[in-house]
Design a protein around this ligand. Structure first.
Ligand SMILES: O=P(O)(O)OC[C@H]1O[C@H](O)[C@H](O)[C@@H](O)[C@@H]1O
Length: 531
């Protein structure tokens, strides 16, 4: 079987109670037939143009041959390194696909100047860039394209031979890229970004990088009939009811062949469900994370394993969800499950009403260029900024972190948002485990600006129980964005500040720590998290 699910304990009971109604309401066949009325009248305008992913396998088949032809032509021209510029739904699927299938792909979903500089300095002579943007107007992706165009040109390489564009037909990027002479792949416009894994957005960069995309489509096809049938064992209905059971979902990869699934599914769940004050918070975890071993009443654990039934017999705990299956099947089952969960939660799983607010705040800051705010204090090279009611009389990072953690509500979560060069400072992610141990609550970690296109929607639109720690850096070097009035450093700075102001407008506590010398101050920061 290409997908298996195993349930036990109270989540099994919750699913048994919810699924018969979903079967009686013909939800599974309705999704497959692209019935836009399943999420209520308010969602209908959006859902009527967002269900194309249910037939993505059939629509994408004809793309396979041209992608493989281009891959071979690039290889013949000496290109041996594919870079992907794209955010959220335009890069998270290729990331999990290529990591799982062993095809090397450099993902550039950042505006951190150090990360852009490092990518530009890595095998430029033999690189090709895939620029992926559904809307064709995402500022990060546009900036990445500009940087590569300039770098290719400066190196004497014709950008039209090295830049490939994936976008919706008729987008601003579609028009400008065709005019510039780039190779363009159009995606199905009736599929939203986070549901686009099996469309051109998932397939073009993955196929160019060498992944077996035909097999991926076969894997998804193998589960599609099961997903369309209105019966109580339908995996989309069962998983959908299971993930809607609690307000937080800990996603644990535990011996699965799939690498990095959590980051892809995190966007799908957070953007689809986190709105109107409700939603399921995805928390990407490891088997030994505190959230898994401590077990919180509001946090459902789902384990991605390689055989759901034998794994349960051998390892898992009562009350967990276990899923196993091929990558192609997982992608499609989770897309069904999330829209089923959306129906159970009473929200529209196809919009992202709060993402725009951070973009507007960022644009405003880039236009008005306010004077930088002075830090409340500086401790050992770390500048501290935040609301007076949180900072209070604190004079050290340790004290301010304790004060911020003190604002966590009983049902809250702690969110770390690092607007930092992740390639140069990967160890910063380890801070998540430390906060999980000291807060006793679920902790999420996101690299900025990447997470703005993923969990950012939930932070603003979901239940108002998040507490936020921003970590920014004084980057060692900055980089111009060709023909733009701001640099990469100014852009990422405005993104952090813009999102902080929107979170504050939502009444959420946000403290910003700026590492003035990331290489040396990360250790200081780790030491400041009191145990
Ligand atoms: O593909 P693009 O249009 O560039 O969009 C990239 C991302 O932008 C926004 O943040 C949306 O909320 C995401 O759902 C989307 O994946």
């Amino acid at each position: 079987m290409s997908f298996e699910i195993h349930l036990s304990g109270d989540v099994k009971e919750a699913v048994a109670a919810a699924v018969p109604t979903l079967v009686a309401d013909l939800v599974a066949s309705g999704i497959t037939a692209q019935n836009p009325t399943l999420w209520g009248a308010d969602a209908e305008a959006e859902s009527s143009i967002r269900l194309g992913w249910t037939e993505a396998v059939a629509i994408s088949r004809p793309l396979v041959a041209p992608i493989l032809e281009l891959r071979d032509a690039l290889r013949a021209a000496g290109v041996n390194h594919i870079v992907l510029g794209g955010m959220g739904g335009s890069s998270l699927a290729p990331e999990v696909i290529t990591n799982t299938l062993g095809a090397p792909l450099t993902i550039l979903d950042s505006t951190a100047p150090g990360q852009i500089l490092a990518a530009l300095g890595d095998r430029l002579e033999t690189s090709a860039l895939v620029v992926s943007s559904k809307s064709g107007s995402t500022v990060e992706t546009d900036s990445q394209r500009r940087a590569y165009e300039a770098a290719f040109t400066a190196a004497g390489i014709n950008p039209t031979e090295r830049i490939i564009v994936v976008t919706d037909p008729g987008s601003p990027l579609d028009k400008s890229a065709r005019e510039a002479g780039y190779t363009v792949f159009n995606a199905d416009p009736n599929v939203g970004g986070r549901y686009s894994a099996l469309t051109a957005f998932g397939l073009v960069p993955s196929g160019l990088a060498g992944a077996d995309i035909e097999e991926l489509l076969n894997e998804a096809e193998a589960i599609s009939v099961e997903l369309a049938v209105d019966n109580e064992t339908n995996p989309g209905l069962v998983l959908g009811a299971a993930i809607a059971h609690r307000s937080k979902l800990g996603i644990v990869t535990d011996g699965s062949h799939i690498v990095g699934f959590g980051d892809w599914v995190e966007q799908l769940i957070a953007e689809s469900t986190g709105k109107l004050g409700t939603g399921v918070l995805p928390v990407v975890l490891e088997p030994l994370s505190t959230e898994v071993t401590a077990g919180y009443a509001d946090t459902q654990i789902v384990r991605l394993v390689d055989n759901a039934h034998t794994h349960f017999d051998n390892h898992a705990r009562e009350g967990e969800i276990l899923v196993s299956g091929s990558l192609g099947a997982q992608l499609l089952v989770w897309e069904y499950a999330v829209v089923v969960a959306g129906r159970l939660l009473g929200i529209n799983p196809f919009d992202q009403p709060d993402v725009e607010s951070a973009k507007i705040a960022t644009r405003g800051l880039l236009d008005s260029r306010p004077e930088p705010t002075e830090p409340a204090f500086v401790d050992a090279g770390i500048e501290v900024r935040g609301p007076a009611e949180v900072i209070g009389s604190a004079t050290t990072v340790r004290e301010v972190l304790a004060a911020l953690i003190g604002t966590l509500p009983e049902d809250g979560y702690f969110s770390v948002q690092a607007y930092v060069d992740r390639v140069a400072n990967p160890q910063l992610q380890g801070i998540r485990d430390q906060f999980a141990a000291v807060t006793g609550r679920p902790v999420t970690f996101g690299w900025g600006p990447r997470f703005l296109h993923s969990t950012g929607q939930f932070h603003k639109g979901g239940p108002a129980v998040g507490v936020f720690l921003q970590i920014t850096e004084t980057a060692p070097a900055d980089l111009e964005i060709p023909e733009r009035p701001f640099t990469f450093g100014e852009l990422i700075g405005a993104q952090a500040q813009g999102d902080a102001s929107v979170l504050a407008d939502h009444g959420r506590p946000v403290v910003t720590l700026t590492l003035t010398d990331p290489a040396s101050t990360i250790e200081t920061l780790f030491a400041a998290i009191a145990r």
